[in-house]
Design a protein around this ligand. Structure first.
Ligand code: DSN
Length: 478
């Protein structure tokens, strides 16, 4: 594709949008300008390719397509079948999975599909068999009542939130916490690492139906072979949510015991984080759970989004190219360089470093809460997010941590030398920020003091750093 084709496509699209609602066209242009100028270190964000972005803006959006490929509840789905089948084929080939379901709209949706596939397989199917009926509508009122109680009375064991687990792994503010009786495994307080013996002990005591592995703020690899052995030892279904590190699995940075696909009964992911695709979700599994997974819509999902499934096909095709493995390795090299740069400057890191795409800073050493640090960094052109650290004394709102990740900056082409500069910028901001006070003089967990001249200087240095690595270099909007 030539330089001009991408620019022409986006410029033309904006012209069409501007004719209807110019403020939206302006906001789209402003968002590109903001993303170009800021040092994006949010571990869950990335930059999708122009091809992936363009695939989402078309008439596929207008089509209803409930059902699965070749078996729809609407007529006229032949072209949707083409893109959904392509996305699933690319996903199976890329991850070496027997089955791929590409309809989930997000990570939470993918997890809900997985939970209900497991519940259907482990709880509903045996109940139907026992009652000698084919489907739930054929159950007596009494049997249906008993099944509903049974479905709502199952156990899940997942990683605790402050150790880096995810809200959708059975925590009360999320639907999963209302569906399941949940217990958490944490990390070793001394090392910050998962203690597999403790996980096994918790599994033996709690006897969960589902053992969940996966994280959104744990900076280390997980040994999925050991986790599977633990699941097997208590008869649990082993589920891995690889939303954060799917790109590292796709790029063969995580292999063997660290690749979840050969070890888990079911794997869920988003497609837009380290995988660098469109916003969305996906489920991978073996043949045993495939039929139940394919019932995701209408079980828990609204109608599939064909334009997004088409974009998943494009992004997954990109991830199957040989250069994606190089990209995935550079994500980890960059995260390690960033961690080393911060450690050299005296920053405290949870687990003392990283072996994936993210680094978790404990900013209490700077005398700050995560919220104060996040805002001071933002003032300085560095976009991060605050995050709890293990045994966090500041709770989930203010926190004591800052989570940073390298997928986005690696997509822009920044390398290990630039990560050292980034570490210097972060350290300068944090060491020059002090906690603020409330109006009554009491210490505030949100307010902070940072000399605007320092923030401006760091912002300028961040912009200078990024100038050598233009974002979407083929696209000029004016
Ligand atoms: N929002 C994603 C993250 O930032 O990790 C996961 O939900």
């Amino acid at each position: 594709m030539s330089l001009n084709a991408e620019s022409t496509a986006f410029r033309s699209a904006l012209e069409v949008i501007r004719a209807v609602e110019p403020r939206v066209a302006d906001a789209i242009g402003a968002e590109l300008a903001d993303q170009r100028e800021s040092l994006k270190l949010i571990a869950s964000e990335n930059y999708a390719s122009p091809a992936t972005l363009l695939t989402m803006g078309n008439w596929f959006s207008d089509k209803y397509a409930e059902g699965t490929v070749g078996r729809r509840f609407y007529a006229g789905c032949q072209n949707v079948d083409t893109v959904e089948a392509l996305a699933a084929e690319h996903a199976r080939e890329l991850f070496g999975a027997a089955h791929a379901y590409v309809q989930p709209h997000s990570g939470i949706d993918a997890n809900l599909v997985a939970f209900w596939a497991i519940l259907a397989d482990r709880v509903e199917s045996p109940a139907l068999k026992k009652a000698q009926v084919r489907q739930v509508n054929d159950l007596t009122e009494a049997d249906w009542f008993a099944l509903r109680r049974e479905l709502g009375n199952q156990r899940m064991l997942g990683m605790s939130l402050d150790a880096g687990g995810h809200l959708t792994h059975g925590f009360r503010p999320n639907i999963s916490g209302k569906m399941f009786d949940q217990r958490s495994y944490g990390t070793d307080p001394a090392t910050g690492l998962i203690d597999y013996d403790r996980v096994a002990e918790a599994a033996r005591e709690f006897k969960p139906l589902i053992l969940v592995a996966g994280y959104s703020a744990y900076p280390r690899k997980v040994n999925f072979r050991i986790m599977r052995e633990i699941a097997d030892s208590v008869g649990a279904t082993f589920m891995v949510d690889m939303a954060h590190f799917a790109g590292l699995v796709a790029g063969k940075v995580f292999t063997g015991d660290f690749d979840p696909v050969p070890h888990a009964h079911i794997v869920t992911t988003t497609t837009h984080k380290s995988l660098r695709g469109p916003r969305g979700g996906m489920v991978l599994c073996g043949p045993e759970l495939a039929d139940q997974v394919d019932r995701g819509c209408p079980m828990v999902l609204g109608g599939p989004l064909p334009h997004v499934m088409a974009a998943k096909a494009v992004a997954l095709a990109e991830a199957r190219r040989p250069d994606f493995a190089d990209y995935a390795q550079r994500i980890v090299d960059n995260a390690q360089a960033l961690a080393e740069g911060l450690l050299r400057r005296g920053t405290t890191l949870v687990t003392g470093g990283t072996d994936n795409h993210l680094v978790l800073l404990d900013v209490s050493g700077y005398g700050l809460t995560g919220r104060q640090a996040e805002q001071a960094l933002l003032d300085s052109g560095i976009v991060t997010n605050r995050n709890a650290v293990p045994q966090d004394r500041n709770g989930a709102w203010y926190t004591s941590g800052i989570r940073i990740g390298t997928p986005a900056l690696t997509s822009r082409g920044l390398g290990t030398a630039e990560m050292d500069v980034t570490a210097e910028l972060i350290h300068t901001v944090l060491s020059q920020t002090t906690p603020g006070a409330n109006a009554d003089g009491t210490p505030s967990k949100a307010k902070y003091v940072l000399d605007p001249a320092v923030a401006d200087k760091i912002s300028k240095q961040a912009t200078d750093l990024l100038a050598g690595f233009p974002l979407y270099p083929t696209i000029t909007l004016s």
